[in-house]
Design a binder for this molecule. Structure first.
Ligand SMILES: [Zn+2]
Length: 256
């Protein structure tokens, strides 16, 4: 039983028997793993507060080839997210990051880029009030991109026409169950039922986000309406691929 220590972010925990927890955690070097933390719900557990969602920790565990669950030994806290708990919306954003990570990340496949994405948005979230919206939007876009599902944002999926041709810019629409964007002509021709528009402004913001770190975005003022259409599009892409609705989204966007 080799002992291993991995830098990790805790995604979620659920109770097992009367004192234990099953922990889903995303390690930098081994990808997403699941393990049992014995006696983690007892006072003086060797895990302390390290198993809160999105705690950044060094996790010590034992891994056996033949078992799906690893045995957690202890963890050392690097950064907690306690500073954010007094802000309701930031707390829900943490729940959203954890839920998307839990749903999207394949088991035991390392992704250094996804790990760095999570660290970057967590850091950004702490940087300022109103940082929730850029953090959530940036995370959603890159989570879809890193999963390999981001469609072209400037081409109609149906007819192939360019959407931001300088001579004749087209409006762009999306709908649940469709992988990419379609132009206004195709939207009418296809009779695409429920659809939403993805504004040119949000599309250009997305292109900027794909080329810059989150701290370097040119837009300084954000509120909930900023790029709300882009977030709706990205959430629909995620939900289509994981084949379920994300439970944190209605809380985050007040779609209750
Ligand atoms: Zn078209």
């Amino acid at each position: 039983m080799p002992a291993r220590v991995s830098e990790a972010l805790v995604l979620r925990t659920y109770p097992l028997k009367e004192a234990d927890l099953v922990v889903s955690f995303f390690t930098r070097d081994q990808g997403k793993l699941r393990g049992v933390a014995k006696r983690a719900r007892r006072p003086k557990s060797p895990f302390g507060a390290g198993l809160e969602r999105l705690s950044h920790v060094r996790m010590a565990y034992f891994q056996r080839e033949t078992r799906e669950l690893v045995n957690l030994d202890s963890c050392e806290l690097i950064h907690s997210q306690f500073g954010l708990v007094s802000d309701y919306r930031a707390g829900v954003a943490l729940d959203y990051f954890a839920e998307v990570g839990e749903q999207l990340l394949p088991a035991a496949e390392p992704s250094e880029k996804f790990f760095r994405l999570l660290l970057a948005v967590l850091e950004h979230l702490k940087s300022a009030a109103q940082a929730v919206w850029p953090a959530v939007t940036y995370f959603s876009l890159w989570a879809v991109r890193l999963s390999g599902w981001l469609p072209e944002l400037n081409v109609c999926l149906s007819c192939g026409s360019l959407l931001d041709d300088a001579e004749s810019p087209e409006r762009a629409f999306f709908s649940r169950g469709r992988a990419g964007l379609i132009c206004g002509h195709c939207r009418s021709a296809l009779g695409a039922g429920n659809s939403w528009e993805l504004s040119a402004e949000s599309r250009s913001l997305a292109l900027e986000m794909l080329s810059k770190p989150i701290g370097k975005l040119s837009r300084s003022h954000w509120d909930q309406s900023t790029a709300a259409d882009l977030r709706r599009f990205l959430v629909q892409q995620i939900e289509g691929h994981v084949e379920r609705r994300l439970i944190t989204v209605p809380l985050l966007e007040d779609h209750v």
